[in-house]
Design a protein. Structure first.
Length: 231
C-alpha cells in the first residue's frame, strides 16, 4: 500500500487510466514479471484469425487479377490465322482419362505436369487435321523442351491408320497417341476436330483454338512466346 501511495504521489493520477497502469507491482507480489497490459487469449486469437483471412483475401484478389490480365493479354492474338482463339471463363477440367501409345502403354495428361502442354486432337479421316500435323511436328522439333510439349491424340478407329500416316508423312518429332474410346473430344468439350488446347504446367486450361493452325507463322510464334514466358 505504501508503494502504491508513493507512486500516486510522484506520478499523479491520469484522468482516464487507473494508477496501476503507471505503477509497477511490487516484485514480492508476483512470482514472475508480467506485461503491463495483456490482450485476452480469445481476443488475440480473433485478431490472428482476422489477419489470416485478410491475407487469404489479398492472395485471392491478386490471383484473380493475374488471371484476368492474362486472359485479356491472350485475346489480342485472336485475329488473322488465330481469329478462332478462345480463352474460356470456365474451361473444362483437364481430362483424367488415359490414352495409349503405339505399344499399348496407358498414359494420361497428368503425366506431363510441370510442362506447358499443347494438346491436339485429330484423325486421319479429318482433312484439316492431316494438313495440320506436319506443322505440329515441326513445332515439336523446334520448340519441344523440358518446359513445353506437343501431344497429338488420334481418334482413328484403328491406331494402325494413324501410324501409317505418320510413317508416310515422316512425322518423327511427335509421339503417336491414340484414344480407343473416342471420348477425348467430349471430355474437352468440343464437337469437332482438329482442336488445339494449351494447358499450364499445373494442368489448367489456358486457351484453345478450334480448326487447323499454321504453327510456324509469325503470329503463332508471338502467341507461343507469350505463353511460355508467362508459364
Amino acid at each position: 500500500m505504501d508503494t502504491l501511495i508513493a507512486c500516486i504521489m510522484s506520478e499523479g493520477l491520469s484522468e482516464n487510466l487507473p494508477p496501476h497502469i503507471f505503477c509497477p507491482l511490487d516484485k514480492s507480489v508476483m512470482s514472475k514479471p508480467q506485461n503491463s497490459y495483456s490482450v485476452p487469449k480469445k481476443s488475440a486469437l480473433a485478431i490472428r484469425l482476422m489477419l489470416l483471412i485478410a491475407v487469404i483475401a489479398c492472395v485471392f484478389v491478386i490471383v484473380q487479377s493475374c488471371s484476368i490480365e492474362q486472359s485479356s493479354s491472350l485475346q489480342r492474338f485472336a485475329k488473322g490465322g488465330l481469329k478462332k482463339l478462345q480463352v474460356l471463363d470456365t474451361p473444362p477440367v483437364q481430362p483424367k482419362m488415359t490414352f495409349k501409345t503405339i505399344d499399348g502403354t496407358n498414359i494420361s495428361l497428368k503425366d506431363f505436369r510441370g510442362k506447358t502442354v499443347l494438346l491436339n486432337v485429330w484423325a486421319t479421316w479429318c482433312v484439316p487435321c492431316v494438313a495440320e500435323i506436319p506443322s505440329l511436328n515441326t513445332l515439336q522439333a523446334e520448340r519441344g523442351s523440358d518446359n513445353f510439349v506437343v501431344i497429338t491424340i488420334s481418334m482413328d478407329r484403328h491406331i494402325d491408320d494413324a501410324k501409317a500416316f505418320f510413317d508416310k508423312a515422316n512425322i518423327n518429332a511427335l509421339t503417336l497417341y491414340h484414344d480407343p474410346t473416342y471420348g477425348i473430344s467430349a471430355k474437352v468439350g468440343v464437337e469437332g476436330i482438329p482442336i488445339s488446347i494449351f494447358y499450364s504446367p499445373s494442368g489448367k486450361e489456358i486457351a484453345r483454338i478450334p480448326g487447323d493452325v499454321d504453327w510456324q507463322s509469325a503470329q503463332t510464334n508471338a502467341l507461343l512466346n507469350s505463353l511460355l514466358n508467362t508459364h
